[in-house]
Design a protein around this ligand. Structure first.
Ligand code: PSU
Ligand code: MN
Length: 298
């Protein structure tokens, strides 16, 4: 595992660090805009007072903290692999390049000693899961990984109710950031409530410290978009319906499902969902930096 000098120094001196995943760059956002967004995410973390650590695999080596050349390599190559936790060993053994999902990023970040991680939306239980058994490895991996994850809930392309039930079974702590409602990624409100609302960074830091003290697992902070910034609900529902139909028609399955649906949204909403997606990530990056700072001083 190669930790960038800036990240290593921040970790050694107890300064706040925010881990960032690379799959949302490589497989969640269109090229070449993804490279610009990668830079924006990192500068947002810096402006909020923390050190960004984007995680990826390059030539079979785990990299924690990417320089510009490395970011370009992950963002520009259309053939870059999507690596969930189970794919990591193969990529490492074969010297491959790959982008890391929430699951693999969380595992690697925790291993590096990073306490906070920002993403867009978590993977979860897919709407057709009763037939397909498609549940993201993000869920089961987070159950056993000591890390704070900031997200805008789970993507609305998923079965949100089923995902919340699985998070409960897997004992992942879920907190609503200044809200009682579980966010729906593109949408402010998924239609489901959260059990625990938190209003300050100090509260989150106290929950994380308590989680550490009594057995581990992830703490999820769900950070909704303000409703003035969400995707128009009507175009959302339309894109979702045609996306799910297209998925069945085209026989999309496995790790291709999430990138397929995100790309379908971006195309059918003429880029509106991509803009919302970027706003979500930037807001989560800023909040994760703020929470990492509170955890560093707790
Ligand atoms: N959130 C986004 N865009 C993305 C993803 C999340 O805003 O592209 C990615 C994350 O890397 C997440 C993955 O871990 O989608 C889930 O994929 P799957 O459903 O195949 O587990
Ligand atoms: Mn899946």
């Amino acid at each position: 595992m190669l930790i960038a000098p800036e990240v290593a120094e921040a970790l050694a001196t107890g300064r706040p660090v925010v881990a960032l995943e690379s799959t949302l760059l490589a497989h969640g956002l269109p090229r070449p805009d993804n490279l610009r967004v990668a830079g924006l995410i990192e500068s947002t973390v810096r402006d909020a007072g923390a050190v960004p650590a984007t995680i990826a695999v390059l030539a079979g080596e785990v990299r924690v903290g990417l320089d510009q050349t490395a970011l370009e390599r992950i963002c520009a190559d259309p053939g870059v692999h999507k690596l969930s936790a189970r794919d990591l060993p193969v990529a490492l053994a074969r010297g491959m390049d790959g982008a890391t999902t929430v699951a693999s990023t969380a595992v690697l970040a925790a291993r590096a000693g990073i306490a906070a991680f920002a993403t867009g939306g978590l993977g979860g239980v897919h709407r057709l899961a009763r037939q397909s058994w498609d549940e993201s490895a993000d869920l089961v991996t987070l159950a056993g990984t000591h890390i704070l994850v900031v997200c805008a809930g789970v993507k609305s392309i998923l079965d949100v109710g089923a995902t919340l039930e699985r998070l409960e079974s897997l004992s992942v702590t879920v907190l609503g950031w200044q809200t009682d409602r579980f966010p729906g990624f593109y949408l402010t409100d998924s239609g489901f409530a959260v059990d625990w609302r938190v209003d300050t960074a100090a509260e989150v830091a106290a929950v994380v410290a308590a989680r550490r003290a009594f057995g581990g697992g992830a703490v999820l902070v769900a950070n909704p978009l303000p409703d003035t910034e969400q995707l128009d609900p009507a175009s959302h529902d339309e894109a979702l319906a045609s996306g799910l139909a297209g998925m069945v028609r085209d026989g999309v399955h496995g790790k291709a499902v999430t990138p397929y649906l995100l790309d379908h949204f971006h195309r059918t909403t003429a880029g509106a969902s991509r803009d919302v997606n970027v706003r979500i990530i930037l807001r989560n990056a800023a909040l994760a930096a703020q929470l990492a700072a509170a955890m560093a001083t707790a």
